[in-house]
Design a binder for this molecule. Structure first.
Ligand code: GRG
Length: 294
């Protein structure tokens, strides 16, 4: 099958699985929680993280259906993080994925609870995931809780907010990017490897690939904040600059940031080549991640 056909089909399957997993409960007094969850989940995101899970699993010939529910849990955690990040007490953003942010459409408290719901529900879905063994479920839950936790995504977000208005060095900025952005991308590759029962040597190469492409992805995000348009990004450009956020461009310059991203892609490529299986789908996704306009 053509890679683009595989990815288009995978995107559709992710969208419909997400809809199925977040159900619609019209007969409960809190039914509107599911409306707000759907509002954010069904917005046109790139679905990079679940696609990375499926692409990694597919490299080991695991059927898409086996990895689909676990893949969707990473999108749930990612979506929760975007909802919370946009709240007035954090980044106070009005637009996300080309539409008003959740707290602009529903009450702020509901946006907070919708994020909480998606975070909690992801672990319920993992515990009940079909097609994976009990040991694999434990490994998936351990991986996701740790990558999304204090020493992963939350730690990165802490550095981000603690650094507002301050000059920070590359070392701290890289730690922020590793936590805020790379951690979930690492988890995505690890998920594919765990579901495939990949050997530890491959899992380590997948982790190294994930860290490299995760930081490169964030550097591209920082560059787009300077070079893209609001229409393309689906949110205002220059929003990080306007909030005195620490980003790669003022620290390294646009050319320096591009060079850094290129170095990281080289690291990712070397590690992908060290896998016991060829991984053409992962390579295509990495290409899309760095050569994007939004
Ligand atoms: C609130 C715990 C907590 C964490 C927030 C994800 C995050 C951490 C903040 C969002 C802002 C931001 C720039 C994060 C870096 C990761 C990133 C580039 C997110 C956007 O990911 P895309 O481009 O988004 O994959 P789509 O909408 O395509 O899914």
């Amino acid at each position: 099958m053509e890679i683009s056909t595989y990815l288009n089909n995978a995107r559709k399957q992710i969208d419909s699985k997400l809809e199925e997993l977040t159900g619609s409960y019209s007969n409960v007094p809190y039914f509107t929680l599911f409306d707000s969850a759907r509002y954010s989940l069904s917005a046109p995101g790139k679905r990079l993280r679940p696609l990375l899970v499926l692409a990694t699993a597919a490299s080991y010939a695991v059927p898409l259906e086996t990895a689909l529910a676990p893949a969707c849990t990473i999108e749930m955690i990612h979506t929760y993080s975007l909802i919370h990040d946009d709240l007035p007490s954090m980044d106070n953003d009005d637009m996300r994925r080309g539409q008003p942010t959740l707290h602009k459409v529903f009450p702020e408290w509901q946006a907070l609870l919708t994020g909480d719901y998606l975070l909690t529900h992801a672990f319920e879905v993992l515990a009940n995931a079909p097609h994976v063994t009990g040991d694999q479920k434990i490994a998936l839950i351990r991986t996701l809780s740790s990558r999304a936790g204090a020493h992963g995504m939350i730690g990165g977000q802490m550095i981000d907010l603690l650094s507002v208005g301050k000059e920070i060095d590359w070392d701290l900025l890289e730690k922020m990017h590793v936590g805020k952005t790379a951690a979930l991308i690492v988890a995505s590759l690890e998920f594919g490897g765990i579901i495939a029962g990949a050997p530890e040597k491959d899992l380590e190469a997948l982790r190294k690939t994930g860290f490299a492409i995760g930081v490169a992805f964030q550097i591209v995000d920082d560059i787009l904040d300077y070079t893209s348009t609001e229409q393309e990004l689906g949110k205002p450009i220059g929003s990080d600059r306007g909030k005195s956020k620490a980003t790669a461009v003022p620290l390294l310059g646009t050319d320096g940031a591009k060079e850094k991203a290129a170095e990281l892609l080289q690291v990712a490529d070397e590690n992908l080549r060290a896998l016991s299986q060829p991984a053409p789908l992962i390579k295509v996704l990495i290409d899309q991640m760095v050569h994007r306009r939004k």
